[in-house]
Design a protein around this ligand. Structure first.
Ligand code: FAD
Length: 410
């Protein structure tokens, strides 16, 4: 029996309800999607413009709406379930392990849903944007990156200037997940040039606003048709759609990004365990020289190394998330506790690198089958390679860890 450090009754309750939801709600939708010639949730066909096939997007949307109605969609934000980060690691691990690469993954809000940064919005914006996001009625995107600026966030060129009580936004964002489908975008823009970490503000931009246009798809090795460009030409944003205060944009962007960093803990433990389950099953079924390859020491060592990586990354992440929960402002406090960045970066770098090794070994145990396009091993290997870049590269995590150490945050 597995001892689940830091788990609680509401985690158990979530897992029980999620398992029932997969059977009752997701399985029929997955069968309906399979009958269309649209691909699957995580290997979708793409349209002529390279975007996710609309039938796959709509199936995911339906799962999101049903999950919200079943109170499964937003356990991670205060306006939703208000779970701690340690609880969320257990929830995320359960979801990723049991949904695998299926439609069920959409049941737990990903970057298209509510997030810790948008919780700082005004009452008017809560009614217009946050409540519908919590209900799965609309989807969001987070737009920080630009063509010339990724890591170097403070070098961004998108500008917002005041016009009466409104703001006018101009610029182009690139590499934005859910650029093609989002209803609202959390955009960071320069409002006070030269003010360093106070130079940016975050705006909620209505995707129907005049001057807002969706640009080209940016095809990546994920092949999911979800990443693209967004253009803003004189887009007018009312004062109530500034998130937090003007000047809070950098801190709010970091809250969003740090949330994604922490989600690596449960994601990699869940998918890592799923890959290990599949590798164990394959090794016992596949034979070489008349015996299962599981009897070969070379294969046993790969299985053992997968277990070691999943186990250590999972344990380290649970410890870090529990430490973050214990900080006065938690993981997303504003201002952020000085001890927090090192812990969040540890979670990201440990999981990104461990999971890439796990996915690599999973492919190797499966032999040629693991390389077959569309197999879970091949897809997760590509996802694993991707993880080392978005939400801050692994190099940037090392910068933050070293900065924390040198400031005595240990
Ligand atoms: C699939 C995908 C989805 C994405 N989704 C979003 C999204 O929804 N919203 C969004 O805003 N962005 C998104 N991004 C962008 C992503 O956050 C950036 O790609 C990432 O932050 C890295 O920036 P970059 O690509 O410009 O790399 P660069 O900043 O050009 O980095 C290139 C290399 O230089 C290194 N480097 C750069 N600066 C430093 C430094 N100071 N110290 C040490 N090393 C350094 C990097 O570690 C890296 O190895 C997405 C990207 C991808 C691939």
């Amino acid at each position: 029996m597995r001892v689940t450090t830091g788990s609680t009754d509401r985690v158990t309750d979530y897992a029980t309800r999620f398992a029932a939801f997969l059977d009752a709600e997701v399985a029929p939708l997955e069968a309906e999607l399979a009958a269309r010639d649209a691909g699957t949730a995580w290997n979708p066909r793409l349209d002529e413009a390279g975007r996710m096939h609309p039938a796959v997007w709509e199936a995911r949307r339906e799962v999101q709406r049903r999950a919200a109605a079943a109170d499964l969609y937003a356990p991670h934000v205060p306006s939703g379930g208000g779970f701690t980060r340690a609880e969320m690691q257990h929830v995320e691990e359960y979801v990723y392990r049991h949904a695998g690469l299926g439609l069920g993954l959409a049941a737990l809000a990903w970057t298209e849903g509510p997030n810790p940064a948008i919780e700082h919005c005004s009452d008017a914006a809560r009614e217009q944007w946050l409540d519908p996001l919590l209900a799965g009625e609309i989807t969001a995107a987070f737009a920080n990156t630009e063509v010339h600026v990724g890591t170097d966030v403070l070098g961004m060129e998108t500008r917002a200037r005041r016009d009466g009580s409104d703001w006018i936004l101009d610029g182009t964002k690139a590499w934005i997940t859910n650029a093609h489908f989002c209803d609202v975008v959390q955009i960071t823009a320069v409002t006070d040039p030269g003010a360093g970490t106070r130079s940016l503000s975050m705006f909620l931009v209505d995707a129907r606003a005049p001057g807002f246009t969706r640009g080209r798809d940016i095809p990546t090795m994920l092949d999911d048709g979800l990443t693209g460009e967004l253009h803003l030409e004189g887009v007018r944003v009312p004062a109530e759609d500034v998130v937090g205060e003007p000047g809070d944009g950098f801190a709010l962007a970091m809250a969003w990004i740090n949330w994604r960093r922490l989600c690596r803990g449960g994601m990699c433990a869940g998918w890592g365990s799923w890959l290990l389950d599949r590798a164990l099953e394959r090794a016992q079924r596949r034979t070489s020289g008349g015996s299962p390859i599981a009897e070969l020491q070379a294969v046993q060592h790969m299985l053992a190394d997968m277990d070691a990586d999943v186990y250590t990354a999972r344990a380290a992440s649970l410890q870090a998330q529990a430490e973050l929960d214990a900080l006065p402002g938690g993981a997303f406090g504003m201002p952020l506790d000085p001890a927090a960045p090192r812990l969040m970066s540890l979670v990201k770098v440990i999981n990104d690198e461990a999971f890439l090794r796990v996915a690599d070994r999973a492919v190797q145990v499966h032999g040629g089958t693991g390389l077959r396009k569309g197999s879970p091993e091949e897809k997760l290997y590509r996802i694993a390679r991707n993880l080392k870049i978005p939400a801050g590269t692994v190099e940037i995590q090392r910068n933050a860890i070293a900065r924390g150490l040198l400031r005595g945050a240990r």
